[in-house]
Write a protein that binds this ligand. Structure first.
Ligand code: BGC
Length: 945
């Protein structure tokens, strides 16, 4: 009998080992991207997500294979890398460790894992990355463009010809010349196996082959410090080419490189001043591998033809685009086009700047919106209402029997008489002009500008338009959405939506403050406060990695960080403002916390250290008062609000306190960075410095009862959020913080830096009820006040528009500024209860701790972390609290359940005590705490409030 059992057990065991795991491996990513082409990271990091219906599932080992072709990947011996079976539960940030990667290589790869019972999974579907041009010498192409001397004559000629029929006002100083078209015709004799194009520009380019646009990128190349670094893009164009004659071509425009941008009012730099050049240039290298494995290369050089009189008459990021359909040249980018009138392009010397691969999601058209209404406030002036403050441009289809000049102006709000409100745009005209050819249907869609708007004013049409004629094209850096949020209070859902729209509206290769007025800069303070919200909403890993490079590029020799990055030709010195400069420490740290990205810390560490060393050197007494730049403080705090029934003082945390708190906080983070990258000496050094700043802060600004000088909401919120107070004073300080909120009759007096921190700290220190009151309040100033006034994005100022008073000062009043949207971090952490666990970065372990409050009866949402999707949904019903969660494979969650008695907690309708997989951890403050392995769970408990 015993023998039979042993044999049976053995059989089961053998069966278990031999049987396959049913886990699925999905979302294979290389350097955070989906099948990226042309990367220049020679040690790329790979990650994948594991899905399973089985609870408690995890990875115990993995194997990665990589090969240069699909055939080789499917063979037993892939030619690039076979990791073999690696015993590890790591499924993210796995460094490629195969044959050295060189320019142009294709790397197909796949993964298999072994699950908790050591059963192997099936191989994942294959994924791909390819290498770009890694060596300077790989680039054979030359920079080409229009001859600068000839160009100005052309401009004059162009303007005079157009003016014959239709007057177009001259734009720019010096005037913006029409966008040149550049082309090259070439013959492919042999059969094509594969073709790849590497391209970039100084200015913007749109690449075309044989009449078709290459790729779906817009506004490329994206914004970097073009004097140091220019991103190039890589496209597989095999399908674009044919044996025989082919044509490759491009249109160029000014873009960030040469256009008008920067915010300095009358000091707005002239065209070309930001990067010191008036030459729009193109660089293209097309490599065609034929079936005999020979490579034909087509490069930009002076054999390319140029046409300076195309349909894009002028284009600028701020001013808008002027397009003359009559100047279209049909077939210019197709074979057999007669280009005898075209001239040869001019060659330019190579730039000093480094050519780097674009390794962040491109800017694309991410959505299309249809107008919800069209009005006619004045005869012949039509206002299209997009129903949403959006960023991008419009596609307009018209049918005009005569040559007609149509003007599109873009604004975020309406004036009292129903016209378009444009005063807050300052010098950014945001105006497109479209001249039809009078031959029937014409479509206009700008490509070399972008606007922030909800309303579009269209004039010049010969008849009343229909809403169908216009489409809003939403343009943004195309990072994946990772968050969802919904709850029983639809107003809060609107805050979440407004924030997402403001995020989308301010991601154009850099995180900008606003998308409409003449500013649109990568303001550091704004991104610093919004970074965690941004990460909850979208996959920001690649975007912020790219921006961290921009931050390093903008850093001054002496260690000061710029207040906005990139930092073009700044004559007024926007440097080192406390809370802004600190983004240079805080944002890379967030990449580590959320994506377990140690490499960013290694790359960025010395830069962060130079910044802290600078502040230390300038402020030996450890109170940050020197080298504070423009010292914006807690920007747009309550003291800046203009309203009769709102206090005029009491909101602003004193500057030296604000600054010193950031100094302490960033130094502490630096010490942690040092620890992570294994620099123990620095870890000790900066821990000591952080401790010293901590003491100086407490000695100078905090009294024995926990009161902080200034007694502002902001001061307490920041000090608590940065853990700057002795433990015994924290509860006291939190009480003072609530006093400061009561001083304002339970209204907010905080600015950019402290608003979401106030919300987090109220909840953390036992005043969740007050946090809910603030977020659910409709009283001015509040989030919901803006929503009651029709806001569809987050406003820059609490009082951007006040009933009875009207708009704030036109000098600074954006209706699409994400900073105050950072309350979404509180919403995700508190309402959904999804929190990272700092000790286990990348959501390897995380916390689910929903804290219901206010009017809420239910909430549900998710965060698609680098380890997979975390879901949290709760409701209170019939005296019970019910929480449904899902915990991704290969992760564990610490879950907090509100309970009078932990014995009453049920999971899947069974007493939780009986669960074998869930481990009881603690019972504190009427909450039972459990450690929960991967899977889906339903907790219920009698509800206490
Ligand atoms: C921007 C802000 C920015 C600030 C610095 C403003 O003009 O719009 O969002 O952070 O300047 O104080």
């Amino acid at each position: 009998m015993k023998k039979t059992i042993t044999v049976m057990l053995l059989a089961i065991l053998i069966h278990a080992c031999a049987s396959k795991s049913d886990v699925q491996i999905t979302q294979l990513r290389c350097e955070y991207l989906d099948n990226p082409l042309g990367i220049d990271e020679v040690n790329p990091r790979l990650s994948w997500i594991i899905e399973s219906v089985e609870g408690g599932q995890k990875q115990t080992a993995y194997q990665v294979m990589a090969a240069s072709t699909m055939e080789k990947l499917n063979s037993k011996n892939p030619d690039l890398w076979d990791s073999g079976k690696v015993k590890s539960d790591q499924s993210i940030q796995i460094e490629y460790n195969g044959k050295p990667l060189t320019s142009r290589m294709d790397c197909y790869w796949k993964v298999k894992i072994w699950d908790k019972k050591s059963r192997p999974s099936a191989w994942s579907d294959p994924a791909l990355w390819s290498m770009g041009l890694l060596e300077k010498t790989d680039w054979k192409a030359k920079w080409i463009g229009a001859d600068t001397n000839k160009k100005n004559e052309e401009v004059k000629k162009d303007l005079s010809t157009s003016e014959k029929h239709i007057k177009i006002e001259q734009r720019g100083d010096p005037p913006i010349p029409p966008s040149p078209l550049l082309k090259k015709s070439f013959t492919i004799k042999k059969q094509i196996k594969k073709a790849t194009v590497y391209a970039t520009a100084l200015g913007l380019y749109e690449l075309r082959i044989n009449g078709k646009k290459v790729g779906d990128y817009v506004l490329a190349p994206e914004w970097t410090d073009y004097n140091k670094r220019i991103q190039y893009q890589t496209f597989d164009v095999t399908g674009f080419l044919n044996q025989g004659e082919n044509v490759i071509g491009a249109t160029l425009a000014d873009g960030w490189y040469m256009g008008f941008f920067a915010q300095w009012g009358s000091k707005t730099p002239n065209r070309g001043e930001n990067y010191g050049s008036l030459d729009r240039k193109l660089l293209v290298q097309l490599e065609i591998v034929t079936t005999d494995d020979q490579t034909d290369t087509v490069i930009t050089d002076e054999t390319w033809q140029i046409w300076n009189d195309g349909p894009v008459r002028s284009a600028d990021m701020f001013l808008g685009e002027v397009y003359d359909t009559r100047k279209e040249i049909i077939g210019w980018d197709m074979p057999e086009f007669d280009d005898s009138e075209w001239e040869n392009a001019s060659e330019f010397p190579a730039t000093e700047a480094e050519l780097v691969a674009q390794m962040n999601e491109p800017i694309r058209i991410v959505k299309e919106l249809k107008p919800i209404a069209v009005t006619e406030p004045e005869t012949g002036t039509y206002i299209f209402d997009m129903g949403q403050n959006m960023v991008g441009w419009c596609r307009l289809m018209v049918n005009e029997p005569e040559v007609t000049k149509i003007r599109l102006r873009h604004g975020e709000m309406l004036t009292m008489d129903g016209g378009i409100y444009v005063e807050n745009l300052r010098r950014a005209k945001q105006e497109d002009i479209f001249i039809t050819n009078g031959k029937g249907e014409n479509t206009f869609e700008p490509r070399f500008t972008y606007h922030g708007f909800r309303y579009v004013e269209v004039t010049g049409l010969s008849k009343k338009p229909t809403p169908e004629m216009l489409t809003g094209m939403v343009v943004a850096s195309d990072a994946d959405l990772t968050g969802k949020f919904e709850c029983s209070n639809s107003d809060l859902n609107q805050i979440w939506k407004n924030t997402l729209w403001s995020q989308r509206g301010n991601m154009h290769s850099t995180p900008t403050d606003c998308p409409q007025r003449d500013e649109r800069m990568g303001w550091m303070g704004d991104a610093q406060v919004f970074s965690q919200t941004a990460i909850f909403n979208m996959n920001m890993a690649a975007f912020f990695s790219k921006w961290s490079q921009d931050i390093r590029d903008a850093q001054q020799e002496d260690g000061r960080y710029a207040d906005f990055c990139p930092y073009p030709n700044n004559k007024r010195e926007h440097l080192n403002s406390p809370g802004w400069a600190d983004a240079g420490v805080i944002v890379p740290w967030r990449l580590y916390q959320n994506y377990a990205d140690e490499r960013i810390l290694e790359k960025h560490y010395s830069s962060a250290k130079r910044f802290i060393d600078h502040v230390h050197l300038e402020n030996p007494d450890l109170i940050w008062t020197q080298s504070v730049g423009n010292n914006y403080g807690d920007w747009l705090n309550g003291n800046t609000i203009i309203s009769e029934d709102y206090p005029k003082t009491g909101g602003k945390v004193p500057d030296e306190i604000h600054a010193t708190m950031f100094f302490a906080h960033s130094t502490r983070i630096l010490a942690n960075m040092a620890k992570i990258i294994g620099n123990d000496e620095d870890a000790r050094k900066y821990t000591k410095l952080a401790d010293e700043i901590w003491s100086v802060f407490n000695k100078n600004f905090v009294d024995s009862t926990g009161q902080i000088k200034g007694k502002t909401q902001a001061g307490y919120a920041l000090a608590l959020n940065f853990d700057l107070l002795p433990e015994k004073l924290r509860n006291e300080a939190a009480k003072w913080m609530t006093d400061a909120v009561h001083e304002y009759d339970i209204r907010i007096s905080t600015g950019f830096q402290s608003t979401y921190r106030l919300m987090l700290e109220l909840t953390r220190w036992g005043y969740n009820d007050i946090a809910y009151q603030l977020v659910e309040s409709h009283r001015f100033p509040s989030w919901l006040y803006s929503i009651d006034q029709g806001a569809t994005t987050i406003w820059e100022r609490w009082d951007a528009y006040v009933k009875g008073r009207g708009f704030q000062s036109t000098g600074m009043n954006s209706f699409n500024h994400y900073s105050f949207g950072s309350v979404v971090e509180w919403m995700v952490k508190t309402i959904l209860g999804i929190n990272p666990d700092d000790e286990f970065p990348g959501f390897k372990k995380f916390i689910i701790h929903p804290q219901p409050g206010g009017s809420l009866e239910w909430a549900k949402g998710e965060y698609n972390s680098i380890h997979g999707k975390i879901e949290s949904e709760w409701k209170t019903e019939n005296g019970r609290f019910k929480l449904n969660i899902s915990v991704p494979v290969n992760t564990t969650a610490k879950v907090y359940i509100p309970a009078k008695d932990p014995d009453l907690v049920m999971e899947s309708n069974k007493p939780i005590k009986k669960s074998k997989s869930i481990q009881f951890l603690d019972f504190v403050n009427s909450e039972a705490v459990y450690v929960v392995p991967s899977g889906k769970y339903e907790f219920t408990v009698p509800y206490i409030r």
